[in-house]
Write a new protein. Structure first.
Length: 380
């Protein structure tokens, strides 16, 4: 694999699921199924009306035998990034977290079983599977593997079942062996070439889950300290308090073509979970959520590079609000997010988040919205 191809694969991976809007093996343990707050009609107790509508849309329109479709509309599934009814480990991990937060154990177990069958490789979870091509890509994405591991830890706590925690530890050990080298986290591991890429995308640094990995405490602290330094040194400025896109280990430098808002917000969310957000970042987010002016892409100087906004942007700011205990930020974000929900009963996208003119709906938007609603229910 030449250097250009190698770098291209990494760049494509770091955009999966975020910019598109973005064989067997491993231990398998089937947890005991216990009771959950799911009603006989399939609705989950405590769901807000908007939450129930998007949940119903995903189940009816976006769900297939291998997981949640990347897009409502299908394609030939042959592009460099996932499209159509291809499925992503990203989507499985988000839905697993939704079910853990909702204490819906039967649905969690079903999604986890499907995820293992669809994505589990020898050294990680394939980031992408194409049903049309019957192709499981031999690369993982660190952020999605970490989210699956987090979902298992959350399930162990939510369902009071240590078997989930044991699985999280087993997959956490596997992840550490492949995606961490010399106390540094890497974007992906390629099973075909047995290599990692030479950089880390900052929004992949899930500090909370890294802190849960079952490794020796000194190693864990070195890993966390190193990755926190990568994030903090990638801070742009107090006037535009977002973050660089990726850090190149081989050149000890940051690279960002444009600042993707979803990526910087995920980085800020991970900092919020670690209690290390910059006050300027929170103030900037609050101001622009209230004004409805958080755009999808910026220059490094903070000038909007597009007027496009998205469901996922406000879903993430809602999660940030919940994590820092800012109820107004959470509620303002949810109101902004709900404005993108399709309310026309005659539309095939009814209840979901999508573009009715193009008949497009993406998994990342819809699942991030669904997850954002659960952050409110956790804090009631």
């Amino acid at each position: 694999m030449n250097k250009r191809t190698f770098l291209a694969i990494g760049v494509v991976l770091c955009l999966i699921g975020i910019v598109i809007y973005k064989q067997a093996g491993g231990p398998i343990a089937t947890p005991e199924v216990r009771t959950s707050p799911v009603k006989p009609d399939g609705k989950i107790k405590g769901m807000q009306p908007e939450q129930q509508e998007v949940y119903d849309f995903i189940k009816a329109r976006m769900k297939g035998p291998f997981g949640v479709y990347t897009n409502y509309q299908d394609t030939e599934q042959s592009r460099e990034v996932a499209t159509g009814h291809e499925v992503l480990s990203e989507s499985a991990s988000l839905l697993m977290r939704v079910y853990a937060h909702s204490q819906d154990q039967p649905s969690f177990d079903q999604e986890w079983t499907t995820a293992k069958q669809t994505f589990d490789l020898k050294h990680g979870f394939s980031y992408r599977y194409s049903p049309k091509l019957d192709k499981r890509y031999p690369l993982n994405a660190a952020v999605d593997d970490l989210r699956i591991i987090r979902a298992l830890y959350e399930a162990g706590e939510a369902f009071g079942d240590v078997s989930y925690t044991k699985e999280a530890d087993q997959y956490g050990q596997r992840f550490y062996a492949t995606n961490v080298k010399d106390n540094l986290l890497y974007d992906f591991y390629d099973e075909t070439y047995n290599i990692t890429n030479p950089f880390i995308t900052l929004c992949y640094i899930d500090l909370r889950t890294l802190g849960q990995l079952p490794i020796e405490s000194r190693q864990k602290q070195k890993l966390l300290n190193g990755m926190k330094a990568v994030i903090h040194n990638g801070y742009l400025s107090d006037s535009f308090p977002f973050y660089e896109t990726r850090f190149q280990y081989n050149t000890n430098s940051y690279t960002s073509e444009k600042i993707q808002t979803v990526e910087s917000l995920l980085t800020i969310l991970h900092l919020a979970e670690a209690g290390e957000t910059k006050p300027a970042s929170i103030a900037y987010i609050k101001e622009h959520v209230q004004a409805g002016t958080l755009y999808g892409q910026y220059s490094k100087e903070g000038k909007p590079a597009t007027d496009v906004q998205s469901t996922a942007i406000y879903a993430i700011t809602a999660m940030i609000g919940a994590e820092i205990g800012d109820a107004s930020l959470y509620q303002d974000s949810i109101r902004r997010m709900n404005a993108y929900q399709v309310k026309n009963p005659g539309s095939p996208l009814y209840g979901g988040f999508g573009d009715t003119s193009a008949n497009q709906a993406y998994s990342f938007d819809n699942l991030m919205a669904l997850l954002a609603y659960t952050y409110d229910s956790e804090r009631r």
